[in-house]
Design a binder for this molecule. Structure first.
Ligand code: PLP
Ligand code: ZN
Length: 422
């Protein structure tokens, strides 16, 4: 049974292709994107109908490239919390700051959304093996979803990734290949491998399907805000796919009449050690010059971002900015989010919070406006980034006297109220 996706369309010359595992336009080498029958979707997709469905990214399945009866390879992805952040908001002068917490996905990053769609299509297209070039989180998500879908997995990563990300990938028993080089070297190798082997490279030959999964980060936020758009979104940028597809997601909802038309300012966040898009933005350039990454935000370390120019154009068109965060700011961002709101994010989230602070200090956000910051990955995966900044416990022998001598003297003032009469 046919779903609502109709064909693949070239983003540059609008040439059309059937829904197959292909990703570049044969005429102009532009990237391909899934198109839909929006008239049919409009008939079917109403907020009441969506509300009756399970809390999953597949509650919006008409807007994903799935056939009507296609069973997704799913570990329970999506419908992650959108949390109001009053304490961080107060600090930054924002009354309506919200955090979209994709730390709670099955493999603890937003990559589960894109990978669930890609592995589903890989299985439907008859592939036996899935593969990817990854900066870490994608490796986790592909390895887990391949296991779930009963498929083999080949994972290619640059050398020097965080140890937790390697272990949380290896546990699913994929073939993991560590390539001596940067992510961009790995990606080039995978483009060659995709020509040689009949594997479903989730972010190469299945990229048009893969990338659609990221739209659900717009759909969920709109629904969680009561079917409306925020005034600002802050999105971390690696390849740029996430930002581009959140934009497409909000546009689709507006076109379908599911949210009222409302301008959203899109802001991109990059680490200073890998900020090709932020630098192009600052230089008013239309092209993105590749860089060689060197940053603790390894999940954002893509020096030659495939969707960089599309990010630039969306950010400029919507009146946003692409800003960068230094290494120390990233760690401070992680810390600040943890201590103000109880959310432990990985380095990419630290970049997002750091850029949110910069936006606030530049006065770009009105206190009344609704702001959504995307927290895309979980802190346990990048423990090494915070190892040096978290205070050691206060060690004492097991006696009341030792407690009073060693601990009470050091308790910060704001905890004194918990001590009663003493
Ligand atoms: C991959 C990733 C991103 C950015 O994704 P792109 O779509 O490549 O821009 C952001 N945050 C985390 C945690 C990621 O793993
Ligand atoms: Zn084309």
């Amino acid at each position: 049974m046919m779903g609502y996706a109709r064909d693949l369309v070239c983003r540059e010359c609008r040439a059309r292709y059937p829904l197959e595992p292909r990703y570049v336009c044969e005429r102009c080498f532009g990237p391909l994107e899934v198109s839909y029958d929006y008239t049919a979707i409009r008939e079917r997709l109403h907020p009441e109908r969506i509300a009756m469905r399970p809390p999953s990214m597949y509650r919006y399945r008409e807007l994903l490239p799935l056939e009507e009866d296609e069973e997704p390879v799913d570990l329970g992805v999506g419908y992650t919390p959108l949390l109001h952040a009053p304490r961080l908001g107060k600090l930054l002068g924002m009354e309506h700051l919200y955090l979209k917490c994709d730390t709670t996905n099955p493999t603890h990053s937003f990559k589960d959304r894109v990978v669930s769609v890609a592995v589903t299509k890989a299985r439907t297209f008859g592939f036996e093996a899935v593969a990817c070039a990854s900066t870490g989180n994608l490796a986790n998500a592909v390895a887990a979803h391949a296991a779930r879908g009963g498929m083999k997995a080949f994972i290619f990563v640059p050398s020097g990734l965080e140890r937790p990300k390697m272990l949380t990938t290896g546990i699913y028993r994929p073939v993991v290949v560590e390539v001596e080089g940067t992510y961009d070297d790995v990606n080039r190798l995978c483009a060659e491998l995709a020509e040689e082997y009949r594997w479903a490279f989730v972010n190469v030959n299945l990229r048009p399907y893969y990338s659609e999964g990221a739209k659900t980060l717009a759909f969920e936020v709109a629904e969680q805000l009561g079917w409306r758009a925020p005034d600002h979104v802050i999105v971390p940028v690696a390849s740029g796919n996430l930002l581009v597809k959140i934009h497409k997601g909000f546009e689709e909802l507006t076109g379908l009449g599911l949210i009222p038309p409302h301008p959203i300012r899109f802001h991109g966040a990059q680490p200073e050690g890998c900020a090709p898009v932020a630098r192009a933005f600052a230089a008013h350039a239309d092209t993105v010059m590749p860089v060689r990454p060197s940053t603790i935000a390894k999940s954002l370390a893509i020096g030659n971002p495939a969707d960089g120019v599309y990010v630039l154009s969306i950010v400029r068109k919507t009146g946003g900015i692409v800003e960068m965060a230094g290494e120390e700011e990233i760690v401070e961002g992680i810390r600040l989010l943890a201590e103000t709101e109880g959310i432990f994010t990985e380095t990419a989230g630290g970049v997002t919070v750091a850029v949110l602070r910069r936006l606030a200090s530049q006065g770009l956000i009105d206190p009344e406006e609704v702001v959504v910051a995307y927290i895309t990955g979980m802190g346990l995966k990048t423990l090494e980034a915070v190892e040096g900044v978290v205070e050691a416990p206060i060690r004492i022998p097991p006696s009341l006297r030792a407690f009073e001598e060693s601990v009470l003297s050091r308790v910060p003032g704001n905890l004194a109220g918990t001590l009663g009469d003493r």
